[in-house]
Design a protein around this ligand. Structure first.
Ligand code: HEC
Length: 363
């Protein structure tokens, strides 16, 4: 009985833990900075796409990023090409400037120490990127660089804000500019309207905005008054402000206006003591609305060498390759299943004859 109870509580604890980790993981995967991700539509069984991705990775990415668990000959075996072919596809040189051997681990070309200095962050190893970020994220990341002159490399990224990586595929994709959207927010979160021009947004802000006097109470903020102008709101706060006079950090008097407090200080000189006048009010003024600028979408303003559709294929291949690399066994998972079925089928024949043999004398 006791044991039963214990079992029950273990199961309960386990299932609660499972539930919690499930919830947490769904929160984590939803956390892509609030941007909408287009589906990458990759297919890890498309070996032509994988090999194109591998080639582009060696050409455009491996200068900075390593794949420290991958070897070119494993990629060759998985995609059904020879070692000689993969050498031509993934062509890199080692530290002695000799062509890298297909059995070598895929290192990056730059030393990590320098890289951290040049980019602010060292380019991470991308072996597990396909699993940690997922294909959709990588695909959208490679699509979302835009010009931003305030950044060191002149680019930013809508999927990875203030990214430290330069847009290495710029000449393929072309230059993208941001098209901004201006949201009119009420009380900090509710979007009341969106505008394409800053001017129109500011105009709406002027129309809608109230200056609210809030009371910073024990249980959050209470709006106690709402005014059209900042001046009126400030007058309310001023009327409800007291001015405390401190002498050596101890309160000695309190007045309704600063002038009275100052007068007290100047007419009561003390030797060696130090006065301080501090304003105390439970109220402060907040604006009911504000404008927030977001990148609405990106627009190609200078075409690259590839058309948008070709570029999408290039980054789909790269994404496909990174997702494959993060778990090479996924290519074979299906065939494991088929082998298992074949094994079970053959085993069944033997089991059937064995059963017949055992039961022979019973019937
Ligand atoms: C010139 C060096 C350089 C090259 C070339 C380069 N990257 Fe990067 N990459 C970086 C740096 C630096 C970061 C780290 C950015 C940060 O954390 O702000 C980065 C970050 C990334 C990330 C995000 C990692 C994360 O935090 O999850 C991905 C994905 C990525 N790179 C993919 C690529 C791909 C694909 C290519 C080739 C098309 C490439 N990179 C080429 C320097 C480079």
């Amino acid at each position: 009985m006791r044991e039963n109870k214990m079992k029950h509580s273990i199961i309960k604890t386990l299932s609660a833990g499972l539930m919690a980790s499930f919830l947490l993981s769904s929160v984590a995967s939803a956390n892509s900075g609030g941007v909408h991700l287009e589906p990458a539509n990759i297919d890890v069984h498309n070996t032509t796409s994988l090999l194109r991705g591998a080639k582009n990775f060696a050409n455009y990415c491996q200068g900075c990023h390593s794949l420290k668990f991958s070897r070119a000959n494993r990629i060759a075996a998985d995609t059904g090409v020879s070692d000689a072919q993969i050498k031509a596809i993934i062509f890199t040189r080692d530290d002695e400037n000799n062509p890298t051997k297909p059995g070598a681990l895929m290192k990056s070309a730059i030393p990590e120490k320098d890289a951290a200095k040049w980019f602010g962050t060292a380019p991470p190893d991308l072996s597990l990127e396909g699993r940690s970020r997922g294909g959709d994220w990588i695909y959208n990341y490679l699509k979302s660089f835009y010009s931003d002159s305030s950044r060191p490399f002149g680019v930013n990224n809508t999927v990875f804000d203030n990214v430290g990586m330069p847009h290495v595929l710029l000449d393929l994709q072309g230059v993208q500019d941001p098209v901004y959207r201006y949201d009119l927010l009420h009380h900090g979160h509710h979007v009341e309207a969106s505008f394409t021009s800053e001017e129109a947004a500011n105009h709406a802000l002027e129309e809608e905005r109230k200056f609210e006097v809030v009371n910073l109470g024990l249980f959050g903020e209470d709006i106690v008054g709402s005014y059209d102008t900042e001046k009126e709101a400030a007058a309310f706060v001023e009327a409800n402000t007291t001015y405390k006079v401190l002498l050596n950090k101890k309160e000695v008097a309190s007045f309704a206006s600063k002038a009275e407090a100052d007068k007290y200080v100047s007419s009561n000189p003390v030797d060696g003591g130090k006065y301080k006048v501090v304003a105390k009010s439970a109220y402060s003024v907040k604006s009911s609305h504000k404008i927030e600028r977001h990148v609405d979408h990106l627009e190609i303003v200078k075409p690259g060498k590839q058309s948008p559709a070709e570029y999408e294929q290039t980054i789909r291949d790269l994404t496909n390759f990174l997702v494959y690399v993060s778990e090479p066994a996924q290519l074979h998972r299906k065939s494991y299943g088929i082998y298992t079925m074949i094994f079970l089928f053959i085993f069944f024949i033997f089991a059937y004859f064995l059963k017949k043999e055992y039961w022979k004398d019973v019937h």
